[in-house]
Design a protein around this ligand. Structure first.
Ligand code: GDP
Length: 337
């Protein structure tokens, strides 16, 4: 085994941090490391935490991590910030609230920010989850801002998705955008010290009851291949998302939130859905990898000038993109171009 992987597995935190950086940056060494650590993955319970900025995700994550530490689990935290494509620096995990966890050897915190594409972030997040899983972190909390596709990607990577909301966002359910309902396994109504928490809870409960009769409508435009790991629990009767009121600042309700998460974990295990979701996830990862590799290999064979010249011809409407793609894929590419 590579020395870096070995040292990370032995609990060397600096090696683990370097391994995460390596895996994030990609390339052949990253791939080698992932090959080595893959057999050790599949142990962790992966919990996604999502919600609008300011609802208290970071605060909740750090209190939740403490609760899990008290229960004897090693906790990995991945804070994903898809909202700052230009800063280049990660923001969420650097916050003060997380710092009181940083002295604990049983907690490892990693921040990740968008570098370019959201798709790249989703890859990096999935690989970081694998690293922490293989390194023995039993609970992995993945925190992300509720900003469209990223939260869906995170939900697809998680066993349990917690959607965090708060009272006082105007319309009681305004914060619960379409689509959020479908990805939530557990709801946290945070800032329950503020007025209106009961109304939010009631509104959520009502929406869940309504939603039960017309499941996963939001995903109709997507194929199962695109959304394989999502909606697995929603496809099956028997799971109603729990709603927990929390006050992250005081830690109120956070033990109950951890219980709700554990309850969902047991539900996944008992019904066999954990395996169903894992298989769907592995399948999606595998197909993604194949797509990626095939494109890379293809582009290696075709000169970029040839690609550009095809694009020019599509621009000039001499060619359509479908025929152009066919020409690149066809055996007679070289001659045609
Ligand atoms: P995030 O952007 O979702 O990660 O939210 P943060 O964890 O950064 O919290 C945003 C703000 O809400 C901070 O000022 C927190 O101190 C505050 N906050 C977090 N939890 C609570 C809570 O339960 N009650 C109240 N009143 N404020 C809270």
């Amino acid at each position: 085994m590579t020395e870096l992987v070995e040292r990370a597995f032995e609990g060397d935190r600096r090696a683990l941090a370097r391994l995460l950086s390596l895996v994030e940056s990609g390339g052949p060494l990253a791939r080698q490391a992932l090959v080595e650590l893959f057999p050790h993955t599949g142990q962790a319970h992966i919990v996604g935490m999502t919600g609008a900025p300011g609802v208290g995700k970071s605060s909740l994550v750090s209190v939740l991590a403490k609760v899990y530490r008290q229960r004897g689990r090693k906790v990995g935290i991945i804070a994903v910030d898809p909202t700052s494509p230009f800063t280049g620096g990660a923001i969420l995990g650097d916050r003060i609230r997380m710092q009181d966890l940083s002295g604990d050897p049983g907690v490892f915190i990693r921040s990740m920010a968008t570098r370019g594409s959201l798709g790249g972030l989703a890859w990096a997040t999935r690989d970081a989850i694998k690293v922490l899983d293989a390194a023995g972190y039993q609970l992995i909390l993945v925190e992300t801002v509720g900003a469209g596709q990223s939260e869906v990607d995170i939900a697809a990577a998680a066993d349990t998705t917690v959607v965090v909301t708060v009272p006082g966002l105007g319309d009681d359910v305004q914060a619960i955008k379409a689509g959020i309902l479908e990805i939530a396994d557990v709801f946290a109504v945070n800032k329950a010290d503020l007025p209106g928490a009961d109304q939010v809870t009631a509104a959520l409960r009502m929406m869940l009851n309504l939603g039960a009769s017309r499941p996963h409508q939001v995903w109709h435009h997507r194929t199962r291949m695109d959304m394989p790991a999502l909606g697995a629990s929603r496809d099956e009767p028997g799971w109603t998302p729990s709603i927990c009121k929390t006050v992250a600042l005081r830690g109120d309700g956070v033990a109950e939130l951890a219980d709700a998460i554990e309850h969902h974990r047991e539900y996944l295990a008992e019904t066999g859905l954990r395996q169903v979701r894992e298989r769907a996830r592995i399948r999606a990862d595998f197909l993604d990898l194949l797509r990626h590799e095939l494109l890379d290999r293809l582009l290696e064979r075709v000169a970029s000038e040839q690609v550009e010249s095809l694009i020019d011809r599509v621009m000039a409407r001499e060619l359509d993109p479908y025929t152009a793609a066919g020409m690149v894929l066809g055996e007679d590419v070289k001659r045609e171009m």
